[in-house]
Design a protein around this ligand. Structure first.
Ligand code: NAP
Length: 309
C-alpha cells in the first residue's frame, strides 16, 4: 500500500512572524509593509552590521543577526538577496543550527530549486516575487500594495506566500515552479525593454536636432496615453500607426531614414515591425496590405549594414 501523504499543518504568519535575509530595497520594503500589517519581523540578517541595523530600524525588526542564525529567530524566512547570492545564502541557512520550516526567495527568474540545500533539510521552499520595480525601500512601500506578486512552492510554502502577499497589500499570482525564467523574460520585455526602446527613440531624435530633455517632455503624454490604452483596452485595440494602417511606403521611408543609425537600433525597428505586423493582422489588417508591409520590412531587414530600404 502506498504511504499515506500527510498535509503539513498550515502556519499563521501573524503568529510565526518572518525572518528576512538581506538588507536591500526588497527586504526593507516587504519587511516594513509586513510589520505594519501585523506580521512581526522577528529578525533581519545581513553581511554588514551597520546596514543591517539601518534595515532593522526601517522595518521595525525585533533584532538583527547573521544569516546562519536566522533559522533560530523565525520559522518562516524571506530571502531577498542579489540573484547570484541565492545559492550561497541557501547553503548558509541550511548549515545553521536550526532549520526554518518555510523559506521563500524573492528573485523572479529562479524557481525554488535554488533553495535545494534547505529543501534537503526538510524545509518547504518557494518563491514570492513582487512584480514591481523597487528602486528604493520607500518606493517599494508605496508601490507594492496593489501590485501582483507571483509565487509558487510546496503546499506549506505556497500557503505562507499567499498570506504574506495579502498582508503586504499585494495580489497573489500563482506560477508553476518550472516557469520562472519564462515569466521573468516576459516581464523584462515589457518593462526594461520599454525603457530601452524609449532611449533608442531619444537617440534618433537627437540626430534630428531634438535634445533628450525636450524629447522626454514630448514623449511623456503620448507614451502615457499609449500605455494606458493598451492596459485598458488590450493590444489589438490600442495599436495605431503606419503598420496598423498597412502603410508600406511609410515603413520604407522609416527604414531609409534610419539606415545610418546604429545597427542595434535598426535591428530593434525591424524586430518591432515584425511583431507589430502580426499584431496588426490580429487587429484586422487585410492580408494584401500586410504582404506589402512585410515586403518593405524584409527588403530593408536583409540589406547590409548602413544601407536601408
Ligand atoms: N528591486 C526590484 O525592482 C526587485 C523587484 C522584485 C524582485 N527583486 C528581487 O529581489 C532580490 C533583492 O533585490 P533588491 O533590489 O532588494 O537588491 P539590493 O537592494 O541590491 O539588495 C541586495 C541585498 O543582497 C545582499 N547580498 C548580496 N550578496 C550577498 C551575499 N553573498 N550574501 C549575503 N547577502 C548578499 C546585499 O547585502 P550587502 O548590503 O551586504 O551587499 C543586499 O542586502 C533580487 O533577487 C531581485 O531580483 C527585485
Amino acid at each position: 500500500m502506498a504511504a499515506m501523504q500527510t498535509t503539513p499543518e498550515a502556519l499563521d504568519v501573524t503568529q510565526t512572524g518572518v525572518g528576512i535575509a538581506g538588507t536591500g530595497n526588497v527586504a526593507q520594503a516587504l519587511g516594513a509593509l509586513l510589520g505594519k500589517a501585523g506580521v512581526p519581523v522577528r529578525a533581519i540578517a545581513g553581511r554588514d552590521r551597520a546596514r543591517t541595523e539601518r534595515a532593522a530600524a526601517f522595518t521595525g525588526a525585533e533584532r538583527v543577526c547573521a544569516i546562519p542564525e536566522l533559522g533560530r529567530c523565525a520559522s518562516v524566512l524571506l530571502v531577498a538577496v542579489t540573484d547570484d547570492a541565492l545559492g550561497e545564502v541557501a547553503g548558509e541557512l541550511a548549515a545553521g543550527e536550526r532549520t526554518p520550516q518555510v523559506v521563500l526567495h524573492t528573485c523572479g527568474s529562479r524557481g525554488p530549486e535554488v533553495l535545494a540545500p534547505l529543501a534537503e533539510r526538510g524545509c518547504a521552499t518557494g518563491v514570492l516575487h513582487p512584480l514591481q520595480t523597487i528602486p528604493s525601500a520607500e518606493r517599494g512601500v508605496a508601490s507594492i500594495p496593489g501590485c501582483r506578486c507571483a509565487y509558487c512552492g510546496d503546499a506549506l510554502a505556497a500557503d505562507c506566500a499567499r498570506q504574506l502577499i495579502s498582508h503586504a497589500g499585494a495580489i497573489p499570482l500563482a506560477l508553476a515552479a518550472g516557469q520562472w525564467a519564462l515569466y521573468h523574460a516576459a516581464a523584462v520585455l515589457s518593462i526594461n525593454f520599454q525603457v530601452a526602446l524609449l532611449d533608442a527613440s531619444l537617440e534618433l531624435w537627437e540626430s534630428a536636432g531634438i535634445s533628450r530633455q525636450e524629447g522626454l517632455a514630448a514623449f511623456a503624454p503620448i507614451v502615457r496615453a499609449s500605455v494606458e490604452n493598451v492596459l485598458e483596452h488590450g493590444p489589438e485595440v490600442a495599436l495605431t500607426g503606419p503598420i496598423r494602417r498597412g502603410d508600406a511606403t511609410t515603413v520604407e521611408r522609416h527604414l531609409g531614414a534610419i539606415a545610418a543609425a546604429p545597427e542595434e537600433i535598426r535591428a530593434l525597428y525591424v524586430a518591432g515591425a515584425r511583431r507589430t505586423l502580426s499584431l496588426a493582422r490580429r487587429a484586422g489588417l487585410p492580408e494584401g496590405a500586410a504582404r506589402r508591409v512585410r515586403r518593405a520590412i524584409e527588403t530593408a531587414g536583409s540589406q547590409p549594414e548602413g544601407r536601408g530600404a
